[in-house]
Design a protein around this ligand. Sequence first.
Ligand code: DC
Length: 225
Amino acid sequence: MGYKSIAIDGPSGAGKSTLAKLLAEKLGFLYMDTGAIYRTVGLYAFQRGVDPTDEQAVTALLKDIGIEICHGEDGLQRMLLNGTDVTEEIRQNEISRYASGVSAIPEVRAFLLDIQRKLAQEHHIIMDGRDIGTVVLPQADLKIFLTADCEARARRRYEELLQRGQTVEFETVRSEMLQRDEKDEKRAAAPLCKAEDAILADTTGNSLEESFERLLEIVREHLTV
Ligand code: DC
């Protein structure tokens, strides 16, 4: 029996990870946050004092990076970097910029492709990211492109960082987020874009419950589980 896969792509702050997690729970699928893998490579560049946009230097680091993705009893994903659990550390605001920087490097993307595809061969999976429907799982059973206007996305991201106890200014979060999205959309390697056959869901102005209902509706309409 083949495994089902749902690809959820979109810019930051659209609610991808929260909604994908809830959906995975509801459907009994495994949830995979692919941004966390790029963040793990970004963290390593940060730890080694390497400029994340320096293609040669970052590529040279890849041979020293061992990444493992574990799913605990609670179904939540944990990231190991060379044996150390870095799940919390990769959420630092500074690491977002590093993740976006390294993610524009084709060698980094190629290095991470197999890890992502392998899990989809072994589980029913919901994967969220930027290029899941276009590159990682172009044959996904269902593709959703999740977005919201930039004020709403910046507000969510800001509140998420505050909840994690980080000290940030709303305006800084907003402008950094916009810069990062622009880079993710304009890069040559697997840019953030909606797959032709993806269904667009805009969460602007929706509560979490409303957005979740909308996703369930899309799943019921387009996927037999
Ligand atoms: O989803 P996130 O904010 O944790 O992702 C961090 C960065 O990783 C994001 O700026 C772009 C990159 N990324 C990517 O290029 N491709 C993916 N599938 C997921 C994330």
